[in-house]
Structures are given as structure tokens and as C-alpha cells.
Design a protein around this ligand. Structure first.
Ligand SMILES: NC(=O)c1ccc[n+]([C@@H]2O[C@H](COP(=O)([O-])OP(=O)(O)OC[C@H]3O[C@@H](n4cnc5c(N)ncnc54)[C@H](OP(=O)(O)O)[C@@H]3O)[C@@H](O)[C@H]2O)c1
Length: 315
């Protein structure tokens, strides 16, 4: 074993691995959830890593969970790919999505084994299913324009690819990303599946070009802001002149920050008969899935509703 400094926690501890973990709403929500789930003794502890941190720093985080009995597991944001790459050999099991995407959002333990799961395709999917009714794409003929081709965009696309009914799959999924690498990664993932969704990969960071792509969408289309702009970085991937699809949906993946994209969309609600969604439901699904995995609790629809109500009480 490498010489890690393991802290023997006195109380059962659930970690949150991120960048600015202290700012997240989960700090208020978590104690309420532990009451709902009947384990109020479990505490949340944030671990902040800098973006693209030293691999040894990620390994130390994983070692703390692996070797301390009271360290139960973790939810990982931002570092999903980097942590997987740095500590892959420390795990005993990865779920199929983690194997395919080579990222993980959940670290948990079962019978002494350290497990990694990529929950995002499940949570992005649960969130999309919350926003649109079954057969949405057949009924509307809408496409998806996904601005950003990172982990959450890929998760959304994988979820759609796995939809068994044709009416639940869009004819086209257009994704735009600043760097070419993410687009190539997405193309490699998609190539593993036999899908009838026509995926278009566009390398671009000019918001005016995104306006053009948005204007060309059919009615009923969904425009997603998965760039992090408006929270992680300033601005919006579209301009104030961008026109959202009539009868469509604008889905901002975040729920906190300046949310410029969401405010641009909100100004067109009446004119374009547009529905606007933020990332709150995504946040609640994301956390509840990992909490269930780490604490070995089945998050049934009834339990989810209780968690959602508890979370809503803190908004
Ligand atoms: N509500 C929730 O619970 C929830 C859940 C998941 C994600 N999110 C949020 O959704 C956002 C995306 O998450 P993620 O995990 O997918 O992050 P990510 O893996 O970092 O992906 C973001 C992608 O957007 C691209 N990008 C950034 N600015 C761009 C621009 N101006 N034009 C085009 N592409 C641009 C980045 O490209 P480069 O390759 O050039 O960097 C990157 O590939 C984050 O802000 C995250 O907080 C929220």
C-alpha cells in the first residue's frame, strides 16, 4: 500500500468531491435527507480538489474511502474523468457505464470491495423523463441541440440511445463543443452503439453560430446549456438575439449562478411558447442516486418524493 495518511473517522462520513463544495445546496439538504432515510448519524464532508489536480491527490481521496471503515463513499463532480484515470487500479468493480465512459460519479463499498459507478446516464435520463412526456419526439418532431459535449451531454445522449421506443428518441442530436477532443470522445462512445439517432458534432465557441443552429431547429426542439456557462464561466453560449424554437424547451443544466442562458430563454416564454427548465431536478436525482448507492438504500419513487420535498424546503 502507498503511504497514505488515513484519518479514522469517528462518525460515518459521506464525502462530496468537487471544486467549491461548500457553496452547494447539498450542505443544507443532506442532513434533512439523512433524517428521511433513517440514518441521521451520517455526516457530509466536502473535499475540494483543484481542476485537473495531481493524480496523487485523487488517489489519497480514494484511499481515505477505501481504507477507513467509517468513510462510506462519495459523490464526485467535475473530477469524474480525472479521478477515474488516476485511481482506476484501486477499485474492485466498475459498472458498465463507468467502463464505457471511463468516468465515475459514485464511490461506494460493498462487502469490502471498492466500487465505482457512473450514475450520470441514469440521472440525466431521469431528469429528462421528468421534463418530457413519453413519445415526445414522435409527437413533436423536435430535435435536440446540446451546447457542450462534456460528461452530462454524453450521459443525456447515452440515455436517449438506450430508449427502446422510437418515439422517445429524437431524429437528430446536434452537439456543439469548444474543443474537438470532447466531440471525438462522444463520437467514439456513439460508435459502440447501433443507433438511429443522427448525431452531428460541431466544433464551435462562437455564440452567433449557436444562434444560427438554434434558428434552424424544428418546432418542439430542446436546447440544452451543458457548457457550464452562466455558472462555471460567465456568459451564455447564445446571444441575446438568439431565437429559441417555437413550442420548444430550453433546459439549463445548472440551478445556481448567473444562469444567463436561462434568463435569455425566460424572456421568450410567451413569444415562442417556450418552456424553461433549470437543473434542480437533475441535482436532486444526481444526489439521490449516489446516496442510495453508497448507503445501500433503494430510492423508490415514494422515497424520491420525500427527498424532493425535503430538498425543496431549503430552496
Ligand atoms: N444540476 C445538476 O445536478 C447538474 C448535473 C450535471 C451537470 N451539471 C452542470 O452542467 C454543466 C456541464 O457539466 P459537465 O459535467 O458536462 O461538464 P464538463 O464535462 O466540463 O463539460 C462542459 C463542456 O462544455 C464545453 N464548453 C464550455 N464552454 C463552451 C462554449 N462556450 N461553447 C461550446 N462548448 C463549451 C466544454 O468544452 P471544452 O472541452 O473546450 O472545455 C466541455 O466539454 C456544469 O456546469 C455542471 O455543473 C449540473
Amino acid at each position: 500500500m502507498e503511504p497514505y495518511k488515513i484519518v479514522n473517522k469517528e462518525v460515518p462520513t459521506f464525502y462530496f468531491v468537487g471544486v467549491t463544495t461548500g457553496k452547494s445546496s447539498i450542505n443544507k439538504v443532506f442532513p434533512l435527507w439523512m433524517e428521511v432515510l433513517g440514518c441521521p448519524e451520517v455526516v457530509l464532508e466536502g473535499i475540494d480538489h483543484k481542476i485537473h489536480d495531481d493524480p496523487q491527490a485523487y488517489r489519497a481521496t480514494v484511499a481515505q474511502i477505501k481504507y477507513d471503515p467509517n468513510s462510506l463513499g462519495a459523490l464526485v463532480t467535475t473530477h469524474k474523468l480525472d479521478l477515474f484515470a488516476a485511481a482506476e487500479d484501486m477499485f474492485d468493480y466498475f459498472d458498465p457505464y463507468a467502463e464505457v465512459t471511463r468516468e465515475l460519479s459514485s464511490i461506494s463499498k460493498r462487502d469490502g470491495r471498492l466500487e465505482g459507478h457512473a450514475k450520470d446516464p441514469i440521472t440525466a435520463g431521469l431528469s429528462l423523463d421528468h421534463i418530457i412526456p413519453p413519445n415526445y419526439f414522435a409527437d413533436t418532431g423536435g430535435h435536440i441541440l446540446c451546447l457542450g459535449a462534456g460528461g452530462s451531454a454524453l450521459a443525456t445522449l447515452l440515455h436517449l440511445i438506450h430508449k427502446p421506443n422510437k418515439g422517445d428518441r429524437p431524429e437528430r442530436f446536434i452537439t456543439v463543443n469548444r474543443s474537438q477532443g470532447r466531440l471525438d470522445h462522444m463520437r467514439d462512445m456513439v460508435a459502440r452503439y447501433d443507433t438511429d439517432i443522427a448525431v452531428t458534432y460541431i466544433q464551435n465557441s462562437d455564440p452567433r453560430h449557436n444562434d444560427e443552429l438554434m434558428a434552424a431547429l424544428p418546432e418542439g426542439s430542446i436546447v440544452i446549456n451543458a457548457t457550464g456557462m452562466g455558472k462555471d464561466t460567465p456568459g451564455s453560449p447564445v446571444t441575446d438575439d438568439g431565437v429559441f424554437p417555437r413550442n420548444g424547451i430550453a433546459w439549463e443544466f445548472n440551478y445556481r449562478g448567473e444562469l444567463d442562458f436561462m434568463h435569455q430563454a425566460l424572456r421568450q416564454v410567451e413569444r415562442r411558447n417556450l418552456r424553461v427548465e433549470d437543473g434542480w431536478v437533475y441535482f436532486v436525482h444526481g444526489w439521490s442516486q449516489v446516496v442510495g448507492q453508497v448507503l445501500h438504500i433503494d430510492i423508490t419513487p415514494d422515497v424520491f418524493q420525500q427527498l424532493e420535498e425535503a430538498a425543496a424546503s431549503t430552496r
